[in-house]
Design a protein around this ligand. Structure first.
Ligand SMILES: [Zn+2]
Length: 243
């Protein structure tokens, strides 16, 4: 799985595709595969000792399970639903792109995704780093941020900081607000300060969580606190493949 990459990718997609896409719907799409299910994968507490399901990998990425949320088909179905409810092609298209970016990012771990579900439950996985969700949030965070997963997050953060201008008030006023009815809807209910906070929230959260998790994984926590940027690392975790 990816962590902060899912918070940051939508900003870069918006920067590259301009007014053709809606940032809020890119973000909703990016969050959609995991938002309702990750708590069940990890269990209720931080330690990972409070398991809710016997096979978190099967639940998260398999079928039966909610692995269908990580398929190209799921993005299209929800996208069509958004089109039907809102009549906005831009919102539907943005949701699909955000969802697909998440799905493709998750192919980089050792479990991967059922990309072509329901045609097949075959998993596409590139094994750049280990899937460690079954070990609970704490161990997963350490494994992810000390492996190439952490590098993947840093790449997105650096790219976003390189494009820092897209987070300015001027950019929001001139480029973001006029081109997406979402902001007109929100603007009738809230001040510009609230809109700017909503606009920047995921970027701020993503960057802050990368810094926080790195500090915690390497400096605070003493469990396996060393970087392992080998392909398929970190090597100390159990090897987990597709369910
Ligand atoms: Zn995911």
């Amino acid at each position: 799985m990816s962590w902060a990459a899912h918070d940051l990718e939508p900003y870069l997609m918006r920067a590259k595709l301009g007014g053709a896409v809606s940032l809020p719907f890119l973000l909703i799409g990016s969050y959609s595969p995991d938002i309702l299910t990750k708590w069940a994968v990890y269990g209720l507490d931080f330690s990972g000792n409070n398991k809710l399901v016997d096979d978190p990998v099967q639940l998260h990425r398999g079928f039966p399970g909610v692995g269908f949320t990580h398929s190209l088909f799921f993005g299209i179905v929800v996208g069509l639903l958004i089109l039907w409810l809102s009549g906005s092609r831009m919102w539907a298209f943005s949701f699909i792109l955000g969802n697909w970016a998440h799905v493709l990012s998750d192919t980089l771990d050792s479990v991967g995704v059922m990309l072509l579900w329901p045609l097949t439950d075959w998993h596409l996985h590139f094994d750049a780093w280990q899937y460690v969700g079954q070990a609970g949030r704490r161990v997963d965070a350490i494994a992810y941020y000390t492996s190439l997963g952490g590098v993947w997050d840093i790449l997105w953060a650096v790219w976003l900081l390189w494009n820092w201008r897209i987070l300015t008030t001027d950019y929001f006023r001139n480029e973001i607000y006029p081109k997406d009815h979402f902001w007109h809807w929100l603007g009738r209910r809230a001040s510009e300060t609230v809109m700017l906070t909503v606009y920047r929230a995921s970027a701020f959260f993503g960057i802050a969580s990368i810094i926080g998790w790195f500090v915690w994984a390497l400096l605070v926590n003493e469990y396996q606190a060393a970087l392992d940027w080998s392909l398929g690392g970190p090597q100390w975790t159990p090897r987990v493949g597709p369910p």
